[in-house]
Design a protein. Sequence first.
Length: 251
Amino acid sequence: MKVHHTKTRSMVRKAYATVATKAVSCCSGSSCCGPAPAASEGELGLSCGNPVGFSKIKKGMTVLDLGSGAGKDVFIAAPLAGPKGRVIGVDMTPEMLKLAKDNLLKFSKRTGLQNVEFRKGLIEELPVKDCEADLIISNCVVNLSPDKPAVFREAFRALKPGGVMVVSDIVLNRELPPALKKHAGLYAACVAGALQRKDYLGAIKAAGFKGIKLLADKAYRAGGTCSDPITDKAGKALDGAASSITVYARK
């Protein structure tokens, strides 16, 4: 594994371990990069969109959430997939996985559903079988990866033929100043590590996906991040530099 990749993952893991331990959430259920639906469990204000809302989840589906964190999107997807469906969350941070599993106990008690599972792993090396998922979702996580093309290749491998990927993420509209690129807080906020828009979409295409289209495209506004423990470090320097997008792609 490349030293750069190890350092990047260590930085991200440390940042989100701190958030999980403090269990801090953003105000009024809003997310770090834009509006997203609130959930009874797992809401830490660390998302940048609403991939579940665009996904048209059907009963019986197997849904895979890349970088599931405390489980917000997993717990939104689970009732839609129903008792015969499955929702699998993958995350690399032990503290987040512990929080997610604690939230799962509350979720199962509240809903009676037993269709959720959390697995520890890297999104570049997914702990899933080939063609295991009908749908892959991810919410402001791919940009935390030091090897984004590998993430999309793994997503393609994990999807069944005809399966769909819906990811919300941050893309850059212009190059960031060097100082911001090295900012640990901004990297953990999905911004300093973000790809240029054409490169992000190009990586999805290169992985083998078809039918790629934008479902949402909004300017990133750092001033709207409320009390998020990571992105409030961004300040106005980021306004206009990045966009929050939701992308659809099909295997």
